[in-house]
Design a protein around this ligand. Structure first.
Ligand code: NAD
Length: 514
């Protein structure tokens, strides 16, 4: 039987392209969406720009009222949102609930804190009392958000609420695999009675994303793969439009000699298999020192074999579906490549034959090395490759031997050592003795280094990323004539020359910090 795709090739109806969307866990058809074209995108951005004028003029308190109203509606309709999210993604119900809780937390945090985080910052200027510096965080205008399918609710709503609270209008292009979740967020803000045009959703595929990047937004916030991110960055660079890129990764976990083996094993299993391994903070590769390797690996395998997999409709399940046949092909290819090069499969290692939908069994691999794709390319599936290393220094070297740098976790009973150790890993997000919690902490900026991204979302830094920083110099008092102003005279040169000596050569200058 030919596998149905969760998203079929677009078909044309009355001159407009349409996509059919399927539940990846059951292959049931969920519905159909329109692919928004260039004209649709341009009109949405124009509408957003008009709406921006009024929205940016509202106080933080007024914006927060709308955001809190949206949270109230989200909580009221919680079960419907869970259903939509599960249908779009094929994830287990608990994971859908957690994702929506993250969204509630995000709505609450930014509604409560945006005013404080974005208030003007008054700074004094060294060596002059006559001027004051004020940093003002001004809204940018229209923000285009392009988001992926793995956490389609939180990864769309979270940057959206930050952009909105900072005073911007938002046009969201959700993933073509999970458009109904994106549309549900649109309805949420509509019902919260946000002024028309302040938040809009455009369904479509990559062509709609391209059109949004080209539509004259004032900022693009992109979350997705590194290859698409590169295209987005190139298009933004051509137009000199700022962009934030949250991209792929090959996140390492390091289990040190002195780790709590049981806690580390449980975290490894959760880190690798939650969201079926399709998380931006997934444990993609694991290094364990030879001293603790045996008990650690045995426990990981035991815990993995306890996991229940399937569509959420069959009852309690721990591991859900893979989003698409293309994604499952990548997983299968990585495992086959590893096995061909000498890796051993301790559990899993195949598609789950019990279901029609796209399921890959939670898989543990050992005897892996960096010549294998599973240790160098993003797998984004329920596969945990474990490499046994001599010591922590070898683990560190291997952890950094990648072009990615998103999250990294270190397991040790010595927290100070853990913090210092994680600092030495090239990663935007370091975790000591904890599992993937990354994007669920609104206080904490999230983002990658190397090919895992540019810029940060979340927290004060993320919120400020949706603003233009205006440096305002305020002259408090002064002489009629300016020291550096006209006329330029030989006397002025001599005076300034002496000032340089005084400031940077004399004992007094040194005392003043020169
Ligand atoms: P993707 O890059 O295929 O698609 C992401 C979005 O970009 C979709 O909405 C898609 O329609 C759109 N798009 C596709 N081509 C485009 C183009 N040329 N111009 C503009 N937009 C375009 O990614 P995906 O498969 O949806 O998501 C999985 C990837 O996202 C993984 O690599 C994962 O690591 C990454 N991810 C990163 C984070 C993070 O925070 N760093 C979070 C979640 C997912």
């Amino acid at each position: 039987m030919a596998l149905l795709k969760p998203v079929e090739e677009p078909v044309e109806i009355h001159g407009r392209r349409h996509l059919e969307v399927f539940n990846p866990a059951t292959l049931e058809r969920i519905g159909e969406i329109e692919v928004s074209g260039r004209e649709d995108v341009r009109s949405a951005v124009d509408r957003a720009r008009k709406a921006f004028a009024e929205w940016s003029g509202l106080s933080f308190e007024r914006r927060a009222l709308y955001v809190r109203r949206a949270r109230g509606l989200l909580v009221e309709g919680f079960d419907d949102f869970i259903d939509t999210l599960c249908r779009d993604t094929g994830k287990p119900r608990v994971e859908a609930v957690v994702e929506l809780m993250i969204a509630c937390d995000s709505l609450t945090y930014y509604a409560r804190n945006a005013r404080k985080l974005l208030r003007d910052e008054r700074k004094s200027i060294r060596r002059t009392a006559s001027r004051r510096l004020v940093l003002s965080y001004r809204p940018m205008g229209v923000v285009g958000l392009i988001t992926p399918w793995n956490f389609p609710f939180s990864l769309s709503l979270n940057p959206a609420v930050q952009a909105l609270m900072a005073g911007n209008a938002v046009v969201l292009k959700p993933s073509e695999f999970t458009p109904f979740t994106g549309l549900a967020i649109g309805r949420l803000f509509d019902e919260a009675e946000l002024p028309p045009g302040v938040f809009q959703v455009l369904t479509g595929d990559g062509s709609t994303g391209t059109a949004l990047v080209d539509a004259g937004c004032d900022k693009i916030s992109f979350t997705g793969s590194a290859s698409t991110g590169r295209q987005v960055a190139e298009a933004c660079a051509r137009q000199l439009v700022p962009c934030t890129l949250e991209l792929g990764g090959k996140d390492p976990m390091i289990v040190c000699d002195d780790a709590n083996v049981e806690r580390a094993a449980r975290a490894a299993v959760f880190g690798a298999f939650s969201n079926a391994g399709q998380s931006c903070g997934s444990t993609e590769r694991l290094y364990v020192t030879e001293r603790v390797a045996k008990p650690f690996i045995e426990l990981v395998v035991e815990l993995t074999q306890e996991l229940r997999q399937g569509p959420e409709a069959v009852g309690e399940v721990d591991v859900g579906a893979i989003i698409s046949p293309a994604q499952i092909d990548v997983i299968e290819r990585h495992v086959q490549d590893a096995v061909a090069k000498g890796a051993r499969v301790l559990t899993g290692g195949r598609r789950n034959p019990s279901y029609r939908g796209f399921f890959y069994e939670p898989t543990v691999l050992v005897d892996v090395n960096h010549d294998m794709e599973v240790m160098s390319e993003e797998t984004f599936g329920p596969v945990l490759p474990i490499q046994v290393v001599r010591d922590e220094e070898e683990a560190l070297q291997l952890a950094n031997a990648t072009r990615y740098g998103r999250t990294a976790s270190v397991w040790t009973r010595d927290r100070t050592k853990g913090r210092e150790f994680v600092n030495r890993i090239d990663a935007g997000y370091g975790i000591v003795n904890d599992s993937v919690v990354a994007h669920s902490i609104p206080e904490s900026p999230f983002g990658g280094v190397k090919e895992s991204g540019i810029g940060r979302v979340n927290g004060e830094l993320g919120l400020k990323g949706f603003c233009n920083v205006q440096s305002v110099i305020v002259r408090r008092f002064g002489n009629k004539r300016e020291l550096f102003g006209y006329p330029y005279t030989a006397r002025k040169v001599r005076f300034l020359r002496r000032a340089v000596d005084l400031l940077y050569r004399s004992p007094l200058g040194k005392l003043l910090g020169g």
